[in-house]
Write a protein of this length. Structure first.
Length: 344
């Protein structure tokens, strides 16, 4: 699992999304980091293997210009710098989109062969993949020549093909998610739409909140600055655009699967399960996701990540957070891991 944040508004995006990522890095990501902004219809992007501090110390990510931006912190699931987000489509050496995502195939893993076919089709059409790895990496699709490509790189090129066929960035990400679904959520920047962030969500968490100067996006509302208001979880199997003062929503043309609801009964059951889970000692943040699983009714997909992150935000005044640094993706790198328990 990964963590994502975004901002669109009147202020410089990079400092805002960096501070949001500081709050949520270590919930699940912390091994790979990347950031993208738009300024004067140009996408600026930086990424590497390492945590947020590595990104800031080794690149100029903190000073990238623009009032629209997205940031990503990835889990430890293989690959080098090229497997960090964002993923871009390049034309004449300029990025035409920047895309970040969270999730995995999971329920849709039986459609893996379709992903390989889409990769072959895009490769044949001349789409370049920046994440190509010579060695095989399990659970990632392959190109016709046998090399591995990151699933989100594949998705980025598929989105780009829809855009280059005439779709808006919001319609393009929606169409791509319906063609190649997974248990995922994603954010998209396009110079053709410099005043908004496109989003699409099948089931993984993405929250939106608003301030007087713009809109925030994040995997958890715990990442939002104190001035965030009107916070809500974006709907499942739906996409749209986030502007500084509003969010648009466009449901998918057809349901891809059944998703268990997050109703009051489920929320209350999950809160009790989480409270029991963390009551005696600090627990790794990510373990709470599985702890609340029994609260849900049966369905193809259980949105436990979304509910867990909502609970952490709602209970934040009762919780004590701690952090330790663990071995990162490669020797010499470290990754933060956050823990929670109740305040004494």
């Amino acid at each position: 699992m990964c963590n994502i944040a975004g901002y669109v508004g009147k202020r410089d995006a990079a400092p805002i999304i960096i501070e949001m990522m500081r709050r949520e890095e270590g919930f699940a990501g912390g091994y790979y980091s990347g950031l993208a902004t738009i300024s004067d219809s140009v996408i600026h992007h930086r990424k590497l293997t390492g945590n947020l501090n590595d990104l800031l110390s080794k690149t100029d990510a903190a000073t990238l210009p623009g009032n629209v931006g997205i940031i990503h912190s990835r889990s430890n699931s293989g690959g080098g710098d090229e497997f960090a987000h964002p993923f871009c489509r390049f034309c004449d050496e300029k990025a035409t989109i920047a895309y970040v995502a969270n999730g995995a195939a999971n329920f849709f893993a039986n459609r893996f062969d379709e992903c390989t076919e889409i990769a072959a089709s895009l490769f044949k059409d001349g789409y370049s993949f920046t994440s190509v790895q010579d060695e095989e990496i399990p659970a990632y699709p392959k190109l016709p020549d046998g090399r591995t490509v990151h699933m989100s790189d594949l998705m980025a090129q598929l989105i780009a093909r829809y855009i280059e066929s005439g779709s808006t960035h919001a319609d393009a990400i929606n169409l791509a998610y319906q063609e190649m679904p997974g248990e995922i959520v994603g954010l998209l920047l396009s110079p053709n739409h410099p005043d908004s962030i496109a989003w699409s969500r099948i089931n993984m968490p993405m929250f939106v909140g608003f301030a007087s100067h713009g809109a925030y996006l994040a995997s958890t509302p715990y990442a939002f600055p104190d001035d965030a208001r009107d916070i809500k979880l974006l709907p499942a199997m739906c996409g749209g655009e986030v502007f500084p003062d509003r969010v648009t929503e466009k449901p998918y043309a057809k349901e891809l699967c059944s998703i268990a609801p997050i109703d009051d009964e489920t929320y209350n059951k999950a809160k009790k399960l989480l409270s029991k889970h963390i009551s005696h000692e600090p627990k790794n943040m990510i373990t709470g996701v599985d702890a609340i699983k029994p609260a849900f009714s049966s369905a193809d997909i259980i949105p436990r990540d979304a509910l867990y992150y909502q609970l952490v935000y709602d209970m934040k005044d009762e919780l004590e957070f701690s952090e330790e640094m663990l071995d990162g993706a490669f020797n010499g790198l470290l990754a933060p891991k956050k823990y929670i328990t109740f305040k004494k």
